[in-house]
Design a protein around this ligand. Sequence first.
Ligand code: PMM
Length: 293
Amino acid sequence: MHPAGLPASLAAVDRTLVMGVVNVTPDSFSDGGRYLDARAAIEHGISLHARGADLVDVGGESTRPGAVRVESAEELDRVLPVIIGLVAAGVPVSVDTMRADTAARAVEAGACIVNDVSGGLADPQMYRTVAGLHVPYVAMHWRGHSDRMADLTDYDDVLTDVCAELSSRASHAEAAGIAPDRIILDPGLGFAKEADHNWALLRGLSELQTLGFPLLVGASRKRFLGALLAGDDGVARPVDGRDMATDAITALAAAIGVWAVRVHDVNGSADAVRVAQAWTEGRDPRDSEATRA
Ligand code: PMM
């Protein structure tokens, strides 16, 4: 179930991984502005790890709908000190970037996974660069930058189309030299998707799994959960009230064996993953044969 090239500590985990989020940005929808200071970001990442995140995803560019791009130098200034600090503290780190140069510098600083929300479409150098880095690569489903993704939501059938587009990304990545067993796919919930597109993709996760790659799912606190949980007045549930719905998605996704979930509040998801594991195995996974005998 794991991709090749993971650090041994992660490869040894036999359940869905929990990826905690640290956005070093002023404007991410959930935690924007809270961890712009490197020290605060590092402390937050360490705390996520202590509370159950198997790894921490560090990003320096907001992808919220409508967001404008940051310069490459600014992105590097934001993420590198945080990656260095987290790696020094023993926290496994992935870097959330669409830029090949940032990916390379982040891996040099100790990041062990490249998480590219553009699936290689934003930077023509990304695949070749990652091929030379020998780390796992997350290719997320993406159709265009945040300032125009709301206009890119036409699908004949969202599940069929996302499967085909992700499959094409994987083929291009392989053709550029990324080993197929290092590729992870992600349906890109909320990216060029309307609310029901996200639900259709979640219902169809098993079909996405038939593509043969580990899956990462990032539903945490997203707008479609706010809409689902809107009150009778139609007002969306605020971001800070969406964690239990996120945890429910984690449990359901873990029960069908997705590789990892990307979440802001790790406590609930860490519990949900353990519940899903016990549920699917029909026993407490920590009970060894000897204990039960
Ligand atoms: N979502 C966001 C950012 N990065 N990466 C992956 N692989 N999958 C996602 O769904 C994803 C991502 C946007 O959420 P945020 O602003 O809370 O980080």
